[in-house]
Design a binder for this molecule. Sequence first.
Ligand code: NIG
Ligand code: FE
Length: 408
Amino acid sequence: MFVINIGQLVTPQGSKGVSGEEMKNLTILEDAYIQIVNGQILSMGMMSELPKAMRDRTLDAKRGVVIPGLIDPHTHAAFYGSREEEFLARCLGEPYGKGILTSMNLVRAATDEQIYQYSRRFLLDMISRGTTTVEIKSGYGLNTEGELKLLKVIKRLKANLPIEVVPTFLGAHAIPEGVKKEDYVGEIVEKMIPQVVSHRLAEFCDIFCERGFFSISDSREVLKAASSVGLKLKLHAEEFQNSQSAELSAELKATSADHLLFISSNGMYAMLEAGVIPVLLPGTAFTLNLNYAPAREMIDMGLPVALGTDFNPGTCLVHSMLLILSLAVMKMKMSVEEALTAATLNAAAALDRAGITGSLEEGKRGDLVVLDLKNYRQIPYFFGHGVVHAVVASGKIIYERESGLAAN
Ligand code: NIG
Ligand code: FE
């Protein structure tokens, strides 16, 4: 297919996460086209150079902006039921508490089909906002049966959605009531991880390393067990207070450490040294009214900052990467260019996929978003506006504003 009449094509470049000054370096083509063949970008250039033989399917960008498909490297999108009362109570000052267990009860009581339909609705919505690769964590089953049930729902979403779904096992999300922590960690290590791996249900293993949830030594035990059988690692780190979980992510050479609201400079240096990608989730800080992660400091010291939504029923209902990108600009002193790199190429790197997606370059997957804007610097300015004109994944139009989702 061809995408023609692109007013401005904007992309970072490379096959790994980029850091520091390089995060600002976007390639910009004006009045351009892109050709996608067999799901991959075959060529890009000026409209004046458009191959004459072009009688293929075309998508007219109508002089809009084209950016790489957005990559959401951190979601808890597989769940069932809402938690608006907890949310409203928190808005009035209640602290964040045991909400994960509310979702656990709802997930355990729901059928696979109910969870699938419930989650799918949100994922289709994410697609219409430009997401073309999404990570989804388990973490609301919280026993072997419940976690496998959620991971199988994620597998079905992966098989049926037109975007790439990356599954993460997050059995260590909370400890169910009435269960001893030691016993639960034992069940994760001895039962859940082996079954997750033997059924190939996850690529990453994550843990909520936080006071009141899992300690540094629990996290080391779970993550070492996971990595010894081939799972790549992620951590929910320094979300509510500093526990030196960023340092642990470096020690274990995790792919990413996420949240990092309370990270220390020692933690940042450890991550830099070890090559761990910081995934920042400003939608959560926004929803919980917390201070934002120190993005500016991280970028200035050379960390390849990535962005994600953290979409989940408790701490962040934001599921649009464009809103996240805007929050990064408005609240974390990131430039538009840095935020765009963080939401595409660096987010792909946080999923170990920077070689195949995250930028518009020959040989990369044909994933892109057409925005109804004059230039990319308008993205954060039009915060919350419906600016997505079309979404293409693997060279197929999966959403067009006029005709809606083709994703069914
Ligand atoms: O990333 N911190 C742990 N997990 C989620 C919240 C999950 C929930 O409340 O349901 C988070 O903030
Ligand atoms: Fe999270």
